[in-house]
Write a protein that binds this ligand. Structure first.
Ligand code: PLP
Length: 420
């Protein structure tokens, strides 16, 4: 990378699509364009490509081909899992509005306990347990369940390194309340600070209480190994544009044993869980991009971690007041996040942008809204400090020259902004 080129440090927001991914998917947009549901020869060719993509994708996530439901990305996958599993389990467990067989919303305490005149039947309210640092695709879906079906939404706190409090999870699943819990939904790696969560322990706690676990692996896929079946995870969401496939592509991996209702109705594609003509070229792109990303990671993991740690040291050197956020070790390999007391992250990122360094102030979805990064607040960081967050994410190891350029830019930006 030459000095004049912008340095892209926002891979957690999205990654470029590489030429080999485009080349692999193109034939399924041009020559082999048939609908994979068609019985004719061209249709069968498309169906074979879809099957092959599914098998490769599943194997790279430690899953079986039948687990894979292709979707439009992380947001849809999280919505399908959280709403679909919670609603299916609510019904099976005889909770909420389904206790009387009625498909109606139950909300508020009156609904839970029967109204004053005793006309409403007493219902046991369904529950969902999430962490306090979930992406809005998960937390918003849980809030939707609360609004429409009267779910209790329990948010498990995190510590100052953004690790989920496992004792609090255990307590949340104990006793009568645990028996009303339809789902535990938690992320594998955090988008704002990169901390990696102990998913296997979360699964073992939840399963001991017979509660399935949905994992949002959007930030982790292609960066750290994912073994869905070995970890005994029930469903897992990934998003293609985080590992080099085009935007608007992703998957929910969901085990056959897990009760789940579709949230999209139609022709019954993808095990009836995601109706709509399948995007064959997109599925091919997902499979190739994930394989490419995993291979790259296997080859460059140590270098990536080393360059991440060099950048962390360099930032600390040029701005001693800056503080690393998240776990210094159990974090994603190309993820650096800091708070810079005395400035706002927004001002810093605008200034850095003008110096050819493209980074972010927190989660991708917060950009444009300039909200205070919610993970930092959940970690107990003061709002004033949390506002000064800056995130730098990359998938290729940085060179020493890159690191010098970034740290010099940060030093100059910070000095300029704190002088004002
Ligand atoms: N979950 C997490 C943790 C994310 O970081 C994101 C996007 O940044 C999503 C879900 C949403 O994924 P998508 O952009 O594919 O809808």
């Amino acid at each position: 990378m030459t000095d004049s080129e912008a340095l892209y440090l926002d891979a957690a927001a999205t990654e470029p699509v590489s030429r080999d991914v485009i080349d692999a998917m193109t034939p399924f947009l041009t020559d082999a364009y048939a609908n994979p549901a068609s019985v004719h020869q061209p249709g069968r060719t498309a169906a074979r490509a879809l099957d092959a993509a599914r098998a490769s994708f599943a194997s790279d996530l430690g899953a079986k081909p039948d687990d894979v439901i292709f979707t439009s990305g992380g947001t849809e996958s999280d919505n399908l899992a959280v709403k679909g599993i919670a609603m299916a389990r609510m019904r099976r467990m005889g909770l909420g509005g389904f206790a009387t067989g009625a498909v109606s919303a139950v909300s508020g305490d009156a609904a839970a306990s029967g109204d004053a005149a005793g006309t409403a039947p007493a219902v046991r309210r369904p529950r969902i347990v999430i962490s306090s640092i979930e992406h809005p695709a998960v937390s918003g879906s849980a809030d939707w369940l609360a609004r429409w079906f009267g779910f209790d939404v329990v948010r498990i706190p995190v510590d100052d390194e953004a690790h989920i409090d496992l004792d609090a999870l255990e307590q949340a699943l104990d006793g009568e309340a645990g028996e009303r819990t339809t789902l535990v939904a938690m992320m594998l790696a955090n988008n704002e600070v990169g901390s990696v969560e102990p998913i296997e322990r979360i699964v073992s706690i939840a399963h001991a209480h017979h509660v399935p676990v949905h994992v949002d692996a959007v930030q982790a896929a292609g960066l750290i190994p994912i073994r869905m079946r070995d970890w005994d995870v029930d469903s897992l969401a990934v998003s293609g544009h985080k590992f080099g496939a085009p935007k608007g592509l992703g998957a929910l991996l969901v085990r056959g044993r897990t009760p789940i209702e579709p949230i999209i109705s139609g022709g019954g594609q993808e095990r009836g869980l995601r109706s709509g003509t399948q995007n064959v070229a997109g599925a091919v792109a997902l499979a190739i991009a994930l394989r490419r990303s995993n291979t790259r990671m296997a080859a460059h993991y140590r270098e990536l971690v080393a360059s991440r740690d060099m950048l962390i040291d360099a930032v600390r050197r040029v701005v001693p007041r800056a503080e690393l956020t998240g776990d210094p070790e159990r974090r994603l390999p190309g993820h650096v996040s800091f708070v810079f007391p005395g400035v706002t992250g927004e001002a810093l990122l605008v200034d850095l942008d003008a110096r050819g360094i493209a980074c972010s102030s927190g989660s991708a979805c917060a950009i444009g809204r300039h909200e205070i990064p919610p993970t930092l607040l959940a970690m107990g960081i003061e709002p004033q400090i949390a506002k000064s967050a800056l995130r730098m994410t990359f998938r290729e190891p940085l060179t020493r020259v890159d690191i010098e350029r970034i740290s010099l830019a940060i030093e100059e930006s910070y000095a300029a902004l704190t002088k004002r």
